[in-house]
Every structure is written in C-alpha cells, then in structure tokens.
Design a protein around this ligand. Structure first.
Ligand code: HEM
Length: 135
C-alpha cells in the first residue's frame, strides 16, 4: 500500500521539524537537513557534525557488528572483522522504516534523541512524505 504524503507531512511537523528541516537548501537544525534523504548515503550532509555512529553506520546492518561498534567504537571494528570496511549505507524506505521504529537500536550511539514511531502506518506515511522531498 502507498503512504499518505499529507498525513506524513503532519507527522513530520509534529515529531521531526523541531530538529530537522526538509526544505531544499534549508540548512541543518539540531539534526541534518532531510531534503533528498531517501536514497541518500547515511551521514553525508557535508556541513553537519554527525556522531561516528551515524557517519559510519554502514556497519549496523548486522546486529553482531553493531554490538562490536558499540563496545569498541567504529574505528576499531576492523580489528575484529578485518574483511569489513567502514562504509556508509544508503537510506531507503526499508532502512528508514527500521531506523524510525527505534533509532537507538539500529544506530547505537546516535545523538538523535527520538523514541521512534510506534505504528507502521505512521512510518509508512512519514516515509512517503520524506520520499516526496526531492527534485
Ligand atoms: C539524524 C530522521 C526526529 C535529531 C537523523 C537521520 C535521519 C533522521 C534519517 C540520519 C540522517 C543522515 O544520515 O544523514 C528523523 C525523522 C524524525 C527525526 C524522520 C521524526 C520522525 C528527530 C528529533 C531530533 C532529531 C525529534 C532532536 C530531538 C537528530 C540528530 C541527528 C539525526 C541530532 C544526527 C545523529 C548523529 O549524528 O548521531 N534523523 N529524525 N531527529 N536526527 Fe533525526
């Protein structure tokens, strides 16, 4: 099913807009600008100071790896997993859905203070809105 962009815009206004701007060229708030976030590489807003956790969050795709990132830090994880390079992943509808369910579970160490969106309908509508914020 498709998300409702208008409903998603309202959710964004009430739950995200205190920290995030989703306008083109709109700059950062407490969190990075989210214009074009769908299909954008994680941690890639050049003038935003991310935590290492968010910036290097390619590693969090595996729960096992995320535990090591949490305990040892992203700089040291290649000691344990020499085959793994620290590379970012790309935000898409699926990774955003996982993230927005429980941000700290997906990215331990993120400085984003947000408990998550509990219902899948809310997440679906919000992600439909985010997907509309692009050229
Ligand atoms: C990071 C989405 C609510 C503060 C992020 C990222 C996404 C996101 C996708 C990663 C961006 C990237 O990798 O470029 C959302 C959505 C929200 C929400 C959709 C509402 C449902 C909030 C709130 C705050 C906040 C309420 C502030 C209280 C931050 C911060 C970061 C961040 C500080 C950077 C995290 C870090 O560097 O560790 N957000 N966010 N966000 N967000 Fe949010």
């Amino acid at each position: 099913e498709k998300g409702d962009i208008a409903k998603g815009a309202k959710i964004f206004q009430t739950k995200c807009a205190t920290c995030h701007n989703a306008e083109k060229g709109g700059g950062n708030g407490q969190g990075p600008n989210l214009w074009g976030i769908v299909n954008r590489k994680a941690g890639s807003v050049a003038n935003f100071q991310y935590t290492a956790a968010n910036k290097n969050s390619g590693l969090i795709c595996s729960k096992f790896l995320s535990f090591h990132v949490y305990v040892h830090g992203p700089e040291n994880v290649s000691n344990f997993f020499p085959q793994k390079k620290i590379i970012g992943f790309t935000w898409d509808k699926k990774t955003l859905n996982t993230y927005l369910t429980n941000p700290k579970k997906m990215i331990p160490g993120t400085k984003m203070v947000f408990a998550g969106l509990k219902t899948k309908e809310e997440r679906r509508d919000l992600i439909a809105f985010l997907d509309s914020r692009k050229d």
